[in-house]
Design a protein around this ligand. Structure first.
Ligand SMILES: *Cc1c(COP(=O)(O)O)cnc(C)c1O
Length: 364
């Protein structure tokens, strides 16, 4: 018997979530965001479920080149563009589209001599204040890029700082519209939160990420309310059962003290698997399909949970850490983080299986 921790990746759910993005942003092209190894799901593994996307967007050049080597033929956008002039040759050969977010990148493109010109997304800083040209510099940058033989086509884009908040769109949209007035290029504005608010945000090309993986981009609307299905379910089993007397503790530091006799289940999953170490007592866990709670500190290879409400639980009982039956967003909220971080952090040592229509395929 292998260690029972397995991440199950449901490709049918991913395809359905992509369909949801299309439904929400009718008429827009969809670039599925697959940075960070498809948010921890495995880029090569999820590719078949993204067949109906118009292209992919990511940050890592090596992964983009690998997609071309694997004969992925649609659009691939590098969301942070390039970092060094020397990357441009590979980028052009692989027909990658790039974000240009500062003057230095504009100058590199002007100097470059490329085998074929690039599709360029000019990024406007609308208040995120990480990457992006200042609004007043956008028209001039477009003029320079439009005149460069390195550039085949221009697009305008921005990334919102607060697309998930009710009042988070009006101001940056006004800044964007003002910066891009009279620039006749297609526009790309929406991440997942923006896709769900497409009526307000608009744009010709959308860039959904987290929604594809079935987690919510919002603090209050759950994935279920948004019509999203979990893609990753992290399964494990109870590998030992302990009976604590009142006043006994469990795990490192004695972070949980039983107030009465308590059955505690030991689960094969710890922070070396990507489970958040700072998840406190009370973080939800599903045992035998029932919601119970983490007790004691998360350790490298194990966590411990209260079996008081799951009398049928024993060694070998099934556990879900997140996914089907327990939204990753609930676990994330208990651990003061977001679903994004938990999914992205799935560790390489976790075995992964892929399901298509309810069937478990061989691990990829
Ligand atoms: C990560 C990213 C996205 C996707 O964001 P989600 O919130 O996961 O939908 C879109 N655009 C850019 C520029 C990004 O970096």
């Amino acid at each position: 018997m292998a260690r029972p921790l397995v991440a199950q990746i449901n490709l049918a759910a991913l395809a359905a979530n992509l369909g949801r993005a299309r439904e929400k942003a009718p008429g827009a092209q969809v670039l599925a965001v697959v940075k960070a190894n498809a948010y921890g799901h495995g880029l090569a593994r999820v590719l078949p479920a993204l067949e109906r996307a118009d292209g992919l967007a990511l940050v890592e050049l090596e992964a983009a080149l690998a997609l071309r080597d694997a004969h992925y033929s649609r659009r691939i956008l590098l969301l942070e563009g390039f970092f060094d002039e020397r990357e441009l040759l590979d980028i052009a050969r692989a027909r990658l589209a790039v974000v240009v977010h500062d003057e230095a990148q504009v100058a590199m493109l002007e100097r470059a001599v490329l085998p074929r010109p690039l599709e360029v997304f000019v990024k406007v800083n609308t208040g995120m204040n990480r990457l992006g040209l200042a609004p007043r510099d956008v028209a001039r940058a477009c003029e320079r890029l439009g005149g460069s033989p390195s550039v085949a086509a221009l697009r305008l884009m921005t990334h919102f700082a607060r697309a998930d908040e009710d009042d988070g769109l009006a101001e940056p949209l006004a800044v964007f519209d003002d910066a891009c007035r009279n620039l006749p290029y297609p526009r790309s504005l929406a991440n997942s939160a923006g896709v769900f608010r497409y009526a307000e945000v608009g744009g010709d090309i959308v860039r959904p990420g987290i929604m594809l993986y079935g987690a919510t981009p919002f603090a209050y609307d759950t994935a279920e309310m948004l019509g999203l299905r979990p893609v990753m379910t992290l399964h494990s089993e109870i590998i030992a059962v302990q009976r604590l007397e009142a006043d006994q503790t469990v795990g490192y530091g004695g972070a949980f003290t039983a107030s009465r006799p308590t059955r505690v289940g030991v689960i094969a999953c710890g922070y070396a698997d990507g489970y958040p170490r700072h998840a406190p007592n009370g973080t939800p866990v599903l045992v035998c399909g029932r919601r119970t709670r983490l007790v004691g500190r998360v350790s490298m290879d194990m966590i411990t949970c209260d079996l008081g409400d799951v009398p049928e639980a024993r060694v070998g009982s099934p556990v879900v850490l997140w996914g089907e039956g327990l939204p990753v967003d609930d676990v994330a909220a208990a651990a003061s983080t977001v679903g994004y971080e938990l999914l992205c952090a799935l560790a390489p040592r976790v075995r992964v299986v892929t399901t298509r229509v309810g069937r478990i395929d061989l691990p990829l």
